[in-house]
Design a protein around this ligand. Structure first.
Ligand code: MTE
Ligand code: MO
Length: 176
């Protein structure tokens, strides 16, 4: 090793280590949502419905955000990019006493419809997103709520994972 490079290593090794660790932390952060403290929305107006044998339930932002919130920074294939915040679908479903074995049918405002079964939910964690960069998602930016799979964001981008479950503008969830 030349004099100069060994000098650089000697002189800056802690700095180099710190930068490498930081890059690693950022990489981890990109894959795994982190808990976030937000003042939960106070908005009680319905943003979606959950339909079970017991009837049709109108769900508000306030109700969704009463569950633990998580944030993840990513680029959504429809365009939006930034810090997406929401609750785990798992938590949301159990708060509505939805059985783990249930098959869900998601219907969006554009009438897109897709089934998500228990096997799908065992294989990956779905985040029900209510905010982008802290602001409530509106219909115009693919809200009021959207479903994402944080751990598969890069695979979706690379074309190796399916994005049919990345439902934006969710209107109704049917539990069957
Ligand atoms: N609300 C809504 N979500 C949706 C869709 C849609 O049409 N509407 N299309 C789904 C499908 S089939 C895919 S492959 C991805 C990407 O859809 P796109 O290629 O039409 O953008 O989003 C999924 N989520
Ligand atoms: Mo698709």
């Amino acid at each position: 090793m030349g004099y100069f490079s060994s000098f650089v290593l000697q002189r800056y090794r802690w700095w180099i280590l710190a930068v490498s660790l930081n890059c690693f932390a950022i990489t981890l952060q990109a894959a795994e949502p982190v808990p976030r403290t937000f003042v939960p929305s106070q908005d009680e107006s319905p943003v979606l419905t959950v339909n079970t044998q017991n009837g049709r339930h109108l769900i508000s932002r306030a109700e969704i955000e009463s569950l633990p919130l998580y944030s993840i920074t990513l680029q959504h294939f429809e365009g939006p990019q930034g810090s997406f915040t929401g609750v785990w679908l798992k938590d949301f479903l159990s708060s509505h006493d939805v059985n783990e074995t249930a098959t869900l049918r998601f219907i969006a405002h554009d009438d897109y419809s897709v089934f998500i079964n228990s096997e799908d939910r065992r294989q990956r964690d779905y985040l029900l997103v209510t905010r982008l960069d802290g602001e409530a998602l509106t219909l115009a930016d693919f809200g009021p709520t959207m479903l994402i799979v944080p751990a598969e964001a890069e695979a979706v981008e690379a074309g190796t994972a399916s994005m049919t479950h990345w439902v934006w503008s969710i209107r109704d969830i049917f539990v069957q």
